[in-house]
Design a protein. Structure first.
Length: 519
């Protein structure tokens, strides 16, 4: 009996020893078995920052100076594959891999290039990813793209079932596959990120966003690393921050010294973090105007509701959208250049300037002034012209015209909708006239009506307009639409519907940008 127990004891000891020395489970070798005369080591690390689950870091050491090109092999066809040729040459590389699929064994093809970019050899690495987090949406493709190259849509997403902080942007390709997202749930500084309008891309390829929770502006790279932070010096962030061509930042803020909100714009010096200019709309406009009533805000507190900024580089002025007032263009001295809004109830500014002199007069298709008082006041529409109502997203087109997302809330001072539009205006600032030259969306009616949020943008490579109503389309459900319209023909060349599993405020997203994965 003692011998039997001794045998069992020895077998247990051998088992424990074997398990403790099993390197395949305890200390996996990150370097695959590479048959190469040039590559000395090569490995992939998934999600190195911890905040971008569909990214990886490719590390390579070589015996001679080379170049590198990587491709994430697509599921659908060569069109869904993502290729990046890196500019650097050397013998040691740390390269970002973007565009992996979730819940999938991804193939990353690595090409080693000589000095003339000829292929010396090709290797393949495999990397498995986890499923998407449950809060991300279903993306349905309604009108497929016929593009011969990958196209990505950057979604500033709102659709979360529990707590909409931290907000999590994502990117999906033209096949409806989510190929990138950020998740800052465990981040020490960004775990309560509230980005409002969302993120935009800086000139250096990184992302720019404000945080309404901390009152800071952040620069974040595509791997999810926090690169830089600018303080708003105790003021609050809301809605929008953009980069000027000189690198400085324009930000909509809540000035804590004021009894009102969402009515001050600042410029932050990129290098010093100091405020280099301030636009106080209480001075330049009339904060007592109540022509456009709303049930979404207390107008005594939030009278203007600045929801977007555009920078006019040609004259160094800013264009600001105020949801409940209209659109105003201001010079660097906070003086009004024009006001794009129905003419109802404009009086004098906070500094006593007559504001009616800056109102734009609409023109018809024959370039004749529209003199119908009901049209000027916004009570009714003209066959050739409509004002924008509770608009978002003013953008300057390549031809200098202004395009906006006309939400249509309280259109002609009656109820909601019943449609939203992308609308382009030609503005003559000297003669103070405005002409409607292009629009899309009215023909879609309630199908693409979004009372709040939403955006338009111009896609230069396709000569198209991205029309993105972000809330309550599809019969009132919390769905958003991404509709790409050919500018010349108004034909829909791509369309997707984004349906979150649940949503705060019935919003799917604030806006969508057409953006490459790599800068």
């Amino acid at each position: 009996m003692k011998t039997k127990f001794l045998r069992i004891f020895l077998l247990l000891l051998l088992f424990v020893y074997a398990c403790s020395n099993d390197d395949s489970t305890e200390n996996p070798d990150p370097t695959p078995d590479i048959d190469s005369e040039i590559i000395e080591t090569m490995s992939l690390q998934l999600n190195p920052s911890g905040y971008a689950p569909l990214t990886a870091l490719l590390s390579i050491e070589t015996s001679e100076e080379v170049g590198v090109e990587i491709t994430v092999i697509g599921k659908q066809s060569a069109v869904s594959s993502i290729t990046k040729r890196f500019a650097q040459r050397g013998t040691s590389f740390e390269l970002n891999v973007l565009g992996l699929y979730a819940n999938f064994e991804n193939t990353v093809e690595v090409k080693i290039l000589d000095g003339s970019s000829a292929i010396l050899e090709t290797q393949e690495l495999k990397i498995e990813t986890a499923p998407l987090i449950a809060d991300l949406p279903q993306v349905s493709i309604d009108v497929p793209s016929n593009s011969s190259s990958p196209e990505f849509n950057f979604v500033n997403y709102f659709g979360f079932s529990q707590n909409f902080r931290p907000q999590r942007p994502f990117m999906f390709d033209q096949f409806g596959e989510i190929r990138w997202y950020l998740n800052f749930v465990t981040h020490p500084q960004l775990n309560n990120l509230f980005y409002d309008n969302g993120m935009t891309r800086l000139q250096n390829g990184n992302l720019l966003t404000g945080d309404g929770f901390t009152g800071n502006i952040h620069e974040i790279d595509m791997m999810g690393n926090l690169i830089n932070t600018w303080s708003l010096q105790g003021n609050g962030f809301h809605h929008h921050v953009i980069e000027k061509p000189n690198g400085n930042l324009l930000v909509t803020i809540n000035d804590v010294s004021k009894a009102t909100v969402e009515d001050v714009i600042i410029e932050i010096d990129r290098a010093t973090g100091e405020f280099s200019n301030t636009w106080d709309l209480n001075n330049s406009l009339d904060n007592g105007r109540r022509a456009w009533p709303t049930d979404l805000a207390d107008l005594n507190f939030d009278w203007f509701h600045a929801n977007a900024i555009e920078y006019s580089a040609s004259d160094e002025e800013i264009i600001v959208s105020g949801r409940t007032q209209g659109i105003v263009k201001l010079n660097t001295q906070n003086e009004v250049s024009y006001i794009l809004a129905p003419h109802k109830d404009w009086n004098t500014s906070g500094t006593g300037v007559d504001l009616t002199q800056f109102l734009l007069t609409p023109m018809d298709a024959q370039d004749q002034e529209i003199i119908d008082t009901d049209v000027l006041m916004g009570n009714t529409n003209h066959p050739d012209f409509e004002w924008s109502w509770y608009q978002h997203s003013p953008i300057l087109m390549p031809n200098g015209n202004l395009m906006v997302f006309d939400n249509g809330d309280n259109r002609n001072y009656t109820n909601f909708g019943p449609y939203s539009r992308a609308v382009e205006y030609e503005i003559d600032e000297i003669n103070k006239t405005i002409k409607q030259v292009w629009s899309y969306g009215k023909e879609r009616g309630e199908e693409t009506y979004a009372r709040i949020v939403s955006k338009v943008s111009y896609v230069s490579e396709n000569n198209s307009i991205l029309f993105t109503p972000g809330s309550a389309v599809n019969n009132g459900s919390a769905a958003g639409k991404v509709v790409e319209v050919d500018y010349s023909s108004k034909e829909v060349i791509f369309e997707a519907t984004i349906v979150p599993p649940s949503s705060v405020f019935n919003i799917s997203f604030h806006n969508v940008l057409r953006m490459s994965l790599y800068d």
